[in-house]
Structure formats: C-alpha cells, structure tokens
Design a protein around this ligand. Structure first.
Ligand SMILES: [Zn+2]
Length: 190
C-alpha cells in the first residue's frame, strides 16, 4: 500500500537534504520521482529545492490554487514517488488531494515541512498532515543547550525575537533560530 508520509521538524534540521537524498535513492535505481515545492513569492511553475549543505534539484512549484492530484496524475506514468518540500504551506484540501494520490494512484507521497510557526502555532498544511498522514517521522535538531529543538523564533536585524506578524515572511532580513520549548519561552517572554 502506498502511504502518505509527513517528515516534520523545526527550521534548519536538514529536511531538504533528507528529501534530496531519498529522491536520489529512487533515481539511482532507475525509478522516476516528482519533486514539488511551494511557490511563495515566485510564480508557480519551475522552482528549486536547495539544501544548506549545497545540493539542489529543480522542482515544480505549487501555490494555493494548484490541484495537487491533477498535477501528479498528469505525470504519474514515470513516477515511483512524490516528494513535497515546504509542505507546511499546503492547504487542508491539498493534503486530501495528496492522500488520494497515495490511495487511488498508489504512489507514495513524502511530505517535508515545519510543524509550528514562530508563534508556536501549527501551520495549516502541517495540521492536516498530522491528522491524515499514514506515517509521521520527526526530523530532529537541537537547541543551543543540547536538548531537542521543537520551536522556532524569528529574529529581526538587531537579534530581537519577533512574536507578532504574518506566519509567512518572504524576502525579509529576519533570521530563524530553532530552540527547545524552555528557551523559546525565555526568548519570547511566554
Ligand atoms: Zn534549549
């Protein structure tokens, strides 16, 4: 049975690296993969999944209007596995479309994304994936104290923690730091 997977973590845990490695493992065996990532400020169409350690692959992009099932069905002939990066930006409806890809097209779908935003709240795509995925896998990274990091803060240019604002900030100068819950509470005053 093909499954819907959700690999979740906080920022900078290496999700894209894992995605690219897993896709490579399929291709090395002569099996085709389909790579998808969120369009964000770019126009839907061609995009790229890039890893901090310097590897990258071209990918198709999705935005809120994309029918994920239709997009994948059109390319199903040579597709052994679908990989979705930035899966936190999927809508609930799009996660259901990916569930249909696994169930009806019998193609496994591997989603990679952030669990919570910098306010400590679930992203819509992550909430739907946590509810619907067959298989949940945590990608671990650590706080500066050595404990598992589950939270993220957004910092402004002066290094101050930002606790308000849009869930998605594109093209700003903010940086993100992954922290354990205790140090997240300390940084945000919660
Ligand atoms: Zn900590």
């Amino acid at each position: 049975m093909a499954k819907l997977y959700f690999h979740y973590s906080t920022m900078n845990a290496g999700k894209s690296t894992l995605l690219l490695q897993a896709s490579y493992n399929y291709r090395e065996r002569g099996m085709g993969t389909l790579l998808l990532t969120a369009a964000l400020d770019r126009r839907a169409g061609q995009g790229r999944i890039a890893s901090r350690i310097g590897i990258g692959e071209d990918a198709l992009t999705f935005d809120e209007a994309t029918d994920m099932f239709a997009l994948i069905q059109d390319r199903a002939a040579d597709c052994a596995c679908v990989f979705v990066d930035e899966a936190q930006f999927l809508s609930s409806a799009q996660v259901w479309q990916l569930a249909r890809v696994a169930d009806d097209l019998r193609i496994p779908v591997m989603c990679y994304g952030l669990r919570v935003d910098f306010r400590g709240e679930l992203f819509p795509g992550s909430a739907a994936l946590l509810a619907l995925a067959d298989d949940l896998r945590e990608v671990r990274t650590i706080c500066h104290c050595g404990k598992k990091a589950t939270m993220v803060i957004r910092r402004d240019e002066q290094g101050r923690a930002i606790t308000q604002g849009a869930q998605v900030q594109v093209g700003g100068n903010e940086t993100y730091v992954s922290l354990c819950r205790r140090h997240w509470r300390e940084a945000t005053g919660n």
